[in-house]
Design a protein around this ligand. Structure first.
Ligand code: ZN
Length: 383
């Protein structure tokens, strides 16, 4: 075992305490005042760990974003941690499911793995380096967002703005159940279909109406045929609402479609096909809009190289570093689409994201903190 790893293992209890404290902030994305309370706590943590500046990016609908910087004027490009403090859990969840640790050393609690565990190891890695006097002389940034769970609608542009200045972005989303990083994430795009027909009495003059539900049904069947599981393209009709009364030919139908793709090319092709949809029922009007879109985080050459360096650094400190893929998107997709080197799934081991059995495997906290600290010390942008 490396000396750095045994140091972080000696800090295990303080990491458990920190994770517990973070889980005690209830931070539903749209509960701005609650999220801002945790933001204040985070700002105090950043300052206590010696951040040379903390910039606030105010928000109206969600919690304020923060960007903390260490060694701002040091040479070289920054390494930036990307964390989000919001969770999918409504207020009151904590009272229903208080934080608990089971006999296998797993900590259960709302938001524990997504992503208060990732925040814990970020702060712990920096704390460790500061306390050991080993903070490397390079710019280190932490960008804290507050709306990841609603698709980063407000933080998307700030994330791009800061990520563009960096040499490496570390996305602190959870690792897999096997503690693997996520080196590939599917791209996502959700679309809304607005269909307009013409109302008419279903008994007296059905032939004079234009049935928007029939139009939607035909589109839905067509979309189903676009699924290509081998290529990893999935098109799922997920919600539909239409009609106004049982005896009226429905004039309005709204449908929602979830699409996923493995490559940027497939993502783009799906986008082009969606936007080119034409109505099939004579007289019906169809409007297609993309509501939310994240291009895939491809396992391309940049990703392969970044992961290889991460694995080599981890092994030098006695760690096993694995990789896997994910069907879900994250802010890693946004950063990767810019061509900036990114590593995702650097949070602790665990399971149950957005589910009742959400938990963090506590023994992975020292291992992840070691990996992060080692990367800050040894990362070479030229490799
Ligand atoms: Zn997350």
């Amino acid at each position: 075992m490396s000396e750095l790893l045994s140091y972080f293992q000696s800090q295990r209890q303080s990491m458990v305490d920190l994770l517990t404290a973070l889980c005690h902030f209830e931070t539903p994305t749209l509960g701005k005042e609650h999220v801002d309370k945790m933001g204040e706590y985070m700002e105090a943590q950043f300052r206590q760990l010696g951040a040379s500046s903390v910039t606030r990016i105010p928000q109206v609908n969600v919690g304020d974003l923060l960007v903390a910087k260490w060694n701002e004027n040091a040479p070289g490009k920054p390494i930036m941690f990307l964390i989000h403090i919001d969770t999918v859990w409504p207020l009151g969840t904590l009272a229903e499911r208080p934080v608990r640790i089971d006999d296998d050393g797993r900590l259960f609690g709302p938001g524990a793995i997504d992503m208060k565990g990732g925040i814990t190891v970020t702060l712990s890695a920096i704390r460790g380096l500061v306390e050991r006097g080993e903070m490397p002389n390079r710019p280190i940034w932490v960008m804290m967002t507050t709306d990841e769970e609603v698709g980063s609608i407000y933080s998307h542009d700030p994330i791009e703005e800061y990520a563009k200045q960096c040499g490496l972005v570390l996305v602190m989303e959870p690792a897999t159940i096997d503690e693997a990083l996520k080196t590939m994430r599917k791209g996502i795009a959700t679309y809304r279909l607005d269909i307009e027909g013409l109302p008419s009495h279903a008994g007296n003059a059905p032939e004079k109406g234009i049935n928007s539900i029939i139009e939607f049904a035909q589109q839905a069947m067509k979309l189903r045929d676009w699924n290509d599981y081998k290529r990893g393209i999935t098109i799922s009709v997920t919600m539909v609402e239409g009609g106004s009364a049982t005896n009226v030919i429905p004039a309005k139908t709204v449908g929602h479609v979830d699409t996923r793709a493995m490559t940027v090319a497939d993502w783009q092709e799906t986008y082009d096909r969606m936007m080119a949809l034409e109505p099939m029922v004579p007289g019906a009007k169809l409007k297609v809009s993309m509501i939310n879109g994240h291009k895939p985080m491809e396992r391309n050459e940049t990703m392969v190289r970044s992961f290889a360096q991460c694995k080599a650094i981890g092994e030098a400190y006695g760690l096993t570093v694995r990789e896997d893929m994910s069907g879900g998107g994250s802010d890693g997709n946004t950063v990767a689409a810019l061509g900036i080197p990114v590593l995702d799934g650097l949070g602790p081991q665990g399971d149950g994201l957005h589910a009742l059995h959400e938990h963090v495997v506590l023994n992975s906290l020292p291992r992840r903190s070691t990996l992060l600290a080692a990367m800050l010390k040894d990362w070479d942008f030229n490799k």
